[in-house]
Ligand binder design. Structure first.
Ligand SMILES: [Zn+2]
Length: 282
């Protein structure tokens, strides 16, 4: 049975089945860790690296993956990468530690700067909060955080062809605003912010609900997905009746019309990257 939230329910997060075994299997797939940077990476990687203060000599990256960011930090810095995926860590140039982000085998105050990009949106609430606290423990001074900005994650949903579970194909579980990010890092003050990539295409939550719930229309054959509920990799799009196709098409066309009419300045960037500094001595 699918567990999609209705449009009026809040807060805005996926109620994903979150079987850790399936999640780990997804991140151990070698094909998702190519060296190649996608078009958004070409913008956000240099923008993020450019925000690292010169005073940051020891940099710990939490959820560093294959070192896409860490490997490009200043050569003079001491690099430490933490990730759960042994497959990804093989490409890290620096000290690589296989560990969970919420329990890092690092001393308190071990880093001048803790970097964490495109990780928090993947974590269930408890793990996300624990990871944020762990990052605060490990850094002496700075936190550099990147997350998708005001993402309409419902637009990336696939429906598992085996169990019917509906989930975001990238494993994103929630939508971040500047304020929700700041709340997570209480005790730290934002000292620099960059909005990178964009503008983001507009998606109406209600029109997506119409397309998905009434029209049974989801992404098909999403690359490399593993259902977080049952572990199946089959994400073929569901079969639809004619009336469902018509409803989905109308929802799609209405969304396209709003997207075209909406002024670009109203559309958020793809990503927010924010540098925080500890605001009090501990
Ligand atoms: Zn499934």
């Amino acid at each position: 049975m699918s567990r999609v939230r209705g449009p009026l329910e809040s807060p805005e997060r996926e109620r994903n089945g979150h079987n850790v075994e399936h999640i780990v299997r997804y991140w151990e797939q070698p094909q998702i860790w190519g060296e190649h940077l996608n078009s958004l990476d070409h913008v956000r990687v240099p923008e993020t690296i450019g925000m690292i203060p010169a005073a940051a000599r020891t940099i710990v990256e939490v959820g560093c993956g294959n070192g896409r960011l860490l490997n490009r930090t200043p050569a003079t810095s001491r690099r430490v990468g933490v990730d759960l995926s042994a497959t990804a860590l093989k490409q890290v140039r620096g000290h690589a530690i296989q560990a969970s982000c919420d329990r890092m085998p690092l001393a308190t105050g071990a880093a001048d700067l803790v970097l964490c990009a495109d990780v928090l949106e993947h974590l269930p609430d408890d793990a996300m909060r624990a990871t944020a606290e762990e990052m605060k423990r490990v850094t002496r001074r700075y936190l550099l955080i990147g997350v998708p900005f005001e993402e309409r994650f419902e637009a990336g949903r696939v429906r598992c062809a085996s169990c019917g579970h509906v989930y975001n194909q990238f494993g994103h579980l929630r939508r971040f605003t500047s304020a929700s990010l700041d709340r997570l890092f209480r005790g730290y003050r934002p000292v620099a912010t960059r909005f990178v990539g964009g503008p983001r295409k507009y998606y109406s939550r209600s029109l997506l609900w119409i397309q998905q719930r009434l029209g049974r229309t989801y992404w098909g054959d999403a690359r490399g997905v593993v259902c977080p509920s049952c572990g199946s990799t089959d994400s073929r799009a569901p079969k639809r009746r004619l009336d469902q196709k018509v409803i989905a098409k109308l929802g799609y066309l209405a969304n396209e019309a709003v997207d075209r009419l909406m002024p670009v300045r109203w559309k958020p960037a793809h990503e927010i990257v924010r540098l925080y500094e500890r605001s009090r001595r501990i």
